[in-house]
Design a binder for this molecule. Structure first.
Ligand SMILES: *[C@@H]1O[C@H](CO)[C@@H](O)[C@H](O)[C@H]1NC(C)=O
Ligand SMILES: *[C@@H]1O[C@H](CO)[C@@H](O)[C@H](O)[C@H]1NC(C)=O
Ligand SMILES: *[C@@H]1O[C@H](CO)[C@@H](O)[C@H](O)[C@H]1NC(C)=O
Ligand SMILES: *[C@@H]1O[C@H](CO)[C@@H](O)[C@H](O)[C@H]1NC(C)=O
Length: 229
């Protein structure tokens, strides 16, 4: 390598370094605005924020996976927003240590199921918003880990659930307000044990509008006299 080329290389490296340095504060934008990290193209949860933040907004980023202990250093979090990412995997222990978390927003993601232990230790959780994912089975195990005298609102609307096991009845009945509208409910014999528990009083029963079988399409499940086999 000639001296000239070497000098060029050194210059290039200095330039690249400068670019790196000027980019660094982009992440710290989150730091300065107390947990507002929305719209930053993030592919992982930033680990360099103040451990005392109570509010973290990660809406509109590019997260696909939530890993174990991704948030555990932020153990004061009360408010966690993860809307409109591409989250399809929540690994076990992702929300470990978040004993004060009260509001959790996961709407507009690509979740198909919830891990059974996802909510363990979330003793303060009041609201779970899971609207507009592709969840295809009612998350009985996950929800049974929450304290129903604390939990006030669950939104599972606009998902892909097609039936409800009878055990889901007690869970739905124990939460003050639930939204399970806009799911492709199949009012067939699989729904029968759940249907037998209906009393036509709780609001959630009226949200179950049949998407099929075709002879029941558009009808309210609780008003049906027979379910189609
Ligand atoms: C999550 O953990 C997996 C390994 O378990 C790793 O490959 C991946 O990069 C991690 N993702 C993030 C966003 O940290
Ligand atoms: C949980 O939070 C406490 C601080 O409240 C911290 O000392 C501990 O290391 C955290 N645990 C993990 C696994 O990060
Ligand atoms: C549902 O979520 C997807 C992202 O997964 C988004 O593109 C779409 O706009 C959302 N739909 C509504 C009605 O919010
Ligand atoms: C549920 O929450 C109530 C009210 O905060 C509390 O008294 C009770 O001990 C909690 N139950 C469990 C099993 O944590």
């Amino acid at each position: 390598m000639t001296n000239k080329k070497k000098r060029m290389l050194v210059l290039l490296m200095i330039l690249l370094n400068e670019v790196g340095l000027t980019r660094a504060p982009a992440l710290s934008n989150c730091l300065w605005s107390d947990g507002d990290c929305s719209n930053m193209g993030l592919t992982s949860v930033p680990q360099d924020l103040s451990p005392t933040i109570t509010f973290l907004n990660l809406d509109n980023n590019a997260l696909t996976t939530l890993n174990q202990s991704d948030f555990s250093r932020y153990s004061n979090l009360m408010f966690l927003e993860l809307r409109s990412n591409r989250i399809s995997v929540i690994n076990s222990g992702a929300f470990f240590n978040l004993t004060r978390l009260t509001w959790l927003y996961l709407d507009n993601n690509q979740l198909t199921s919830l891990p059974a232990n996802m909510f363990i230790g979330l003793n303060s959780l009041w609201e779970l918003v899971l609207e507009n994912n592709t969840i295809n089975a009612f998350p009985i195990e996950a929800l049974s880990n929450l304290n129903s005298s604390v939990l006030g609102h669950v939104d599972l609307s606009n998902n892909q659930m097609d039936t409800l096991p009878p055990a889901a009845y007690d869970i739905l009945d124990s939460i003050s307000t639930v939204d399970i509208t806009n799911n492709p409910w199949q009012c067939d014999c699989r729904m029968l044990p759940f249907k037998r528990r209906m009393t036509s009083f709780p609001a959630f029963e009226k949200q179950i509008i049949c998407a099929g079988p075709s002879n029941h399409e558009g009808k309210a499940c609780y008003m049906l006299y027979i379910l189609t086999i």
